[in-house]
Ligand binder design. Sequence first.
Ligand code: AMP
Length: 510
Amino acid sequence: MPSFRPPAVGIDLGTTFSVVAHLDEHDRPQTLANAEGERLTPSAVLVEGNETIVGREALKALTSNAANVALCAKRELGASAFHKRLDGHDYPPEVIEALVLNKLWKDAKSQIGDFNQVVITVPAYFDEVRRKATQDAGYMAGLEVLDIINEPTAAAVAFGVAQGFLTRDGKPERAINLLVYDLGGGTFDVTVMRFERDQFTTLATDGDVRLGGYDWDQRLVDFVGSEFQRRYGQDPRMDETTASRLWRECEEAKRTLSFRSKAAVAMDYQGHHLRTDVTREAFEMMTSDLLDRTRFTVEQTLRTAGAAWSGIDRILLVGGSTRMPMVVRMLMDISQKAPDTSISADEAVAHGAALRAGILIAQGGHPLPFSIRNVNSHSLGVVGTDPATGRPRTGVLIPRNTHLPVTAKRTFQTQRANQKTILIEVVEGESASPGDCSLIGQCIARNLPPGLPAKTPIDVHFRYEENGRLKIAARLADGQRVLSHTLHRDNMMNQEQLDAWRRYIAESIA
Ligand code: AMP
């Protein structure tokens, strides 16, 4: 009797589009189409009365009911203040992501049968708070998140497998260095990886969580909007529904400009009509600073990895925005190499995630024949005091681009005799000033044993897991007693809230 093999499913939860893939019976990744028959599902959510709609139909509603459509929630993950108001109710960004995941899950189940374990990808540059928010979104959707992996790593894994570098019996003949340039809808990442025998090692990674195709769209929106205003004295960007329609027109025009030298944007507003022609040259000029930002990051990351272009064997392009000819031209200019386009820029990430799920589930008892080594994309630190100035200062414990998993220890001291708790503020970021870093949370070591003298040392161990999530443990310096501790996060939902949303999504989304 064949043994039951749980499906290995990977989800690329994108800013603008999401993709689901699974491993077929030959362990080959295959994209799963959604209920509408599309391989890419728009990460858009519409709430209208009792109805919650995700995907293409939600995107379509932008032209009639833009106020109740949530887009690009991924950009807001981890931001405590951001709540999207849809049909009179507030939705935190991770809940909007959960609604997207829930649809992807349901549509996938209708094709490959029941499952609830998945691997979800995140930009390599996502900090710990955004990774936790992504995991929470999976939980609220009703899923069990086996792992969170970096998008460029996933793409490189998919590339390795597709190219036959990695098969059950095949291993690469020599080490290969890859540079993955990932420009999606809302985020940008660049990663230098080494691909050796059965191991993928990330050497360095950097990026920008608020730079993507959406910013290119906005430049066109501003161009056409200003032109409209100049001609007719009215600004179509001021009305939400008209602005959404203008954005959709501009996004279409941007895509056209990847294949043609000219595109037209038509706009109707307040009884006026404008048709504007945009040339590729003009578009490239109005967005050149955005491209420059990515070039700067590429060069910087290469230096951090200790590599030169001569040592990079392949440049992989990931993300829909890499179809813009200016991206390819810029990369050819600085590297003197033609980027590799053998993998699907849209689907590679989900395919890599499915392969990762395959490793974890160890399909049919045979684990896939490679492992993945990652780095942390932000330095981890604690808030201390500068003895010279008395001002708060970041004490770095784990510098960025350190291989994971990694553990660091910092010894703190009680200040008073009989102190019961110790409070440690944990931050991520590169600034010496904690205010410029992102606060992961406050670690509170509680229940210190009674009668401790002042200045009793307490060791706090920080462990970054391979997926970039953080674990903290506190011990008395004699190493004997483990103290109870919690990582308190102001910017995150607590377990009760997560459970309430999970129930809500399970019960109310048909
Ligand atoms: P992703 O998040 O990887 O799915 O990328 C989505 C982004 O790619 C969106 O900003 C799209 O507008 C953009 N995109 C998709 N196709 C093209 C194209 N042909 N030319 C330019 N941008 C594109």
